[in-house]
Design a protein around this ligand. Structure first.
Ligand code: APR
Length: 310
């Protein structure tokens, strides 16, 4: 393949992302993990699936970063996932250390890469990657909004028995309990769901979306969601690799947009070959803006907590 994506963390999310990237024949894939044998084993297994899946993407599994050199994109999924009873914020200290060390290695070999951050707590981990890499804000993007919106879309589809393909949804804010699903901007064939579903039922679906990750953690018991998170990260990579310029909700570093400064928060962005090519500013109602401010404040709290950790 002409293009190359490195996925750091060969666990549930990372390996699934590698599989999707290869099967969509988007790029060659380098899978990196600290556990010896795991990235090698998984990439060999995926390589052996290639003749059946009919793709010619090359997969390489490694424990160091030389093979990742000159990646177009690096997807960072390294870190610990949640267990039942844990919030994403409980992962802060552990994953901060991991993202810091991973970013340091990644940028040594791929100084021009675009970083897609997946590890949680997502928005805070974007700050760690930005600080460690010194990369411009266009090249550090957090995966959250596509996943949260996909969860909302799935629930709308279940509610109305309509194809997921006819449903758009928008979830802004931080990737946590304060995220902001926006029913007014969530549509079925262009019609806002506020015209199709009773308000109290929408509220229930909004709550289920906010708790979407926790619902899966409580079912799996040993880890957190990975199929949908991997799909979301790969949609971002595809838009960048193919310079599609899709408008997707992602965590982006805001410098005044939505009245928020110096903070990663989920907003709609245009993703192309340069990374974040535009931040789309929607006209929010006072209530929606208030909810976004509350969510941004929750992200700020985590960023402040990390500063205290040193
Ligand atoms: N360098 C490389 N890989 C690492 C490092 C490191 N410093 N530290 C941990 N890892 C690897 C682990 O060895 C493991 O294989 O990261 C992988 C994480 O995989 P899982 O435990 O299966 O977790 P996963 O479900 O993939 O979630 C990863 O994404 O969605 C978020 O909250 C989730 O933060 C979590 C991350």
């Amino acid at each position: 393949m002409k293009q190359k994506v490195t996925v750091v963390g060969a666990g549930n999310v990372g390996a699934t992302a590698a599989q999707r990237l290869a099967e969509k024949e988007l790029c060659d894939v380098v899978l990196v993990d600290i556990i010896e044998g795991v990235p090698q084993g998984k990439s060999l297994d995926l390589t052996q699936a290639a003749p059946i899946e009919k793709h010619d993407a090359h997969l390489t599994g490694v424990n160091s970063y030389e093979a990742s050199a000159n990646s177009d994109i690096v997807i960072i999924t390294a870190g610990i996932p949640r267990k039942p009873g844990m919030s994403r914020d409980d992962l802060l200290a552990t994953n901060k250390g991991i993202i810091k060390s991973v970013t340091k290695e990644v940028i040594k070999y791929s100084p021009d890469a675009i970083l897609i951050i997946v590890s949680n707590p997502l928005d805070a981990m974007c700050h760690v990657a930005m600080e460690e890499s010194g990369f411009p804000k266009q090249r550090i993007i957090g995966m959250a909004g596509i996943l949260d919106s996909a969860r909302f879309r799935a629930f709308i589809s279940m509610e109305l028995s309509v194809s997921v393909e006819s449903i758009h949804a928008l979830v802004l804010g931080g990737h946590g309990d304060t995220m902001v699903p926006l029913p007014r901007f969530s549509t079925v064939a262009g019609v806002p769901i506020t015209e199709l579903i009773e308000a109290n039922r929408i509220e229930e679906m909004v709550t289920r979306t906010r708790n979407g990750g926790a619902e899966i953690v409580s079912l799996l018991k040993t880890g957190s969601a990975y199929y949908a998170p991997a799909s979301a990260a790969v949609e971002m990579a595809e838009s960048i690799l193919k310079d599609k310029k899709k408008i997707l909700p992602c965590a982006a570093y805001l410098t005044g947009e939505y009245g928020i400064s110096n903070l990663f928060v989920g907003v709609p962005v245009k993703l192309g070959s340069k990374g974040i090519e535009q931040i789309i500013e929607l006209k929010l109602s006072a209530e929606e803006q208030q909810a976004l401010n509350k969510s941004a404040a929750a992200v700020q709290e985590l960023v402040d907590a990390m500063k205290k950790m040193g």
